[in-house]
Ligand binder design. Structure first.
Ligand code: PMP
Length: 366
């Protein structure tokens, strides 16, 4: 007769694990009073895949009994041509989050420090804690921007990496190119500066930093980009890093073997081929962003311009009640209790539904 031999209390986990906060995903949509609800909580692209992208993914499905190309050669070559960056300065992975995890694993350990602005992307504290390094969170300015002076002042001999999220999730603010140039001059070249540009394609502010340009002059700059947002492949998980050959090789060493499926690789290649159509959709989302901001201001709401595919509403103590009111109307927004709500720009009808929620809120709350 088999006997239980190990008791869970005998298992030993890494001490860093205790400090790791859980990643809270956006709530899935559900039916409210028999009507469908819309998820505007995860900054996804609202549009379904283009037929050509779908066909490429379906073709790849047929060979799912085989491992994918470990080196993602065809995807790297397509990206290299598109971005005008040599293949050895690129690395791809299962989402830019995976690439970030690999990069931090490659560089950080207990005793090291990683600086980032807060509030920002929720995966940062988790990814840093997993390495055993200490997170140094520098408060955003009152208007939701990175405080680069305070971040530079936080650099110590223990600093290994600085994460810059531009546009920042959730505030939608960008870092200016000239400000980042000055910042890079102030930071030791041995510190990696990671520019997370997950939402770059939605930026219309001409003074915003362009990480890919910047990385050509600064070997300590690593840029993260993704196919999840503008290119609409969130469910397939394709992200990339752009940086020095040395850093890219280190990222590859930490990657899970075959982490990027052939389906994902082929869909990403097809997305690059269909880029003109995809970027037209992005243009539509940017247009809807302006419509939403203008409408909210007309309704008396103070809302900042956003350079991403979402808006940030500083609702403070009203956040939870507002999120519940939106949910009752069929919209799942992302709420950060006590701080605010982040709302993804969706299809025009979804955005109009959101504005209706705001109108109703104004009537009942003001
Ligand atoms: N960076 C930022 C700032 C994000 O908001 C997200 C997704 N929410 C990511 C990275 C991760 O994107 P993915 O892993 O899908 O590429």
């Amino acid at each position: 007769m088999s006997e239980t031999r190990s008791h869970p209390s005998e298992l030993r986990f890494r001490s860093a694990l205790g400090a790791i906060p859980a990643y809270i995903p956006g709530k899935p949509p559900k039916r409210v009073d028999g009507r469908p609800s819309y998820k505007v909580s995860s900054n996804e692209n609202p549009y379904p895949p283009l037929p050509g992208v779908l066909r490429a993914a379906m073709r790849a499905v047929e060979s799912m009994n085989r491992y994918p190309d470990l080196t993602s050669t065809a995807l790297l070559e397509a990206l290299s041509a598109r971005l005008d960056v040599p293949v050895n300065r690129l690395a791809v992975g299962a989402g830019s989050a995976a690439v970030l995890y690999n990069l931090l694993q490659a560089t950080c350990e207990t005793g090291d420090e990683v600086i980032y602005a807060w509030r920002s992307f929720e995966a940062y504290p988790i990814a840093v804690a997993l390495t055993g390094a200490t997170a140094i969170e520098v408060a955003l300015t009152a208007d939701g921007r990175h405080d680069l002076d305070a971040m530079a002042a936080a650099v110590s001999t223990k600093t290994k990496v600085i994460l810059i999220c531009t546009p920042n999730n959730p505030t939608g603010e960008v870092v200016r190119g000239d400000d980042l140039q000055a910042f890079l001059r102030a930071v030791p070249v041995g510190v990696l500066v990671v520019i997370d540009e997950a939402y770059r394609e939605f930026v219309r502010e001409p003074r915003a930093v362009d990480g890919i340009d910047l990385h050509r002059e600064h070997p300590n700059v690593v840029v993260l980009r993704t196919f999840s947002k503008a290119y609409g492949l969130a469910g397939l998980r394709v992200g990339m890093a752009i940086g020095s050959e040395l850093v890219m090789a280190a990222i590859r060493k930490c990657a899970v073997p075959f982490g990027l499926s052939d389906i994902a690789q082929q869909a990403a290649i097809a997305s690059l081929a269909a880029e003109a159509d995809l970027l037209q959709r992005v243009e539509g989302i940017v247009g809807e962003r302006s419509r939403m901001v203008n409408a909210l201001r007309e309704l008396g709401w103070e809302v900042r311009d956003s350079q991403a595919n979402f808006l940030w509403l500083e609702l403070c103590e009203d956040t939870h009640a507002f999120a519940m009111a939106a949910e009752a109307a069929g919209l799942i927004v992302r709420s950060f209790p006590g701080e605010g709500a982040r709302v993804t720009i969706g299809e025009p009808e979804t955005n109009s539904l959101f504005l209706d929620v705001v109108r109703q809120w104004n009537v009942h709350k003001r």
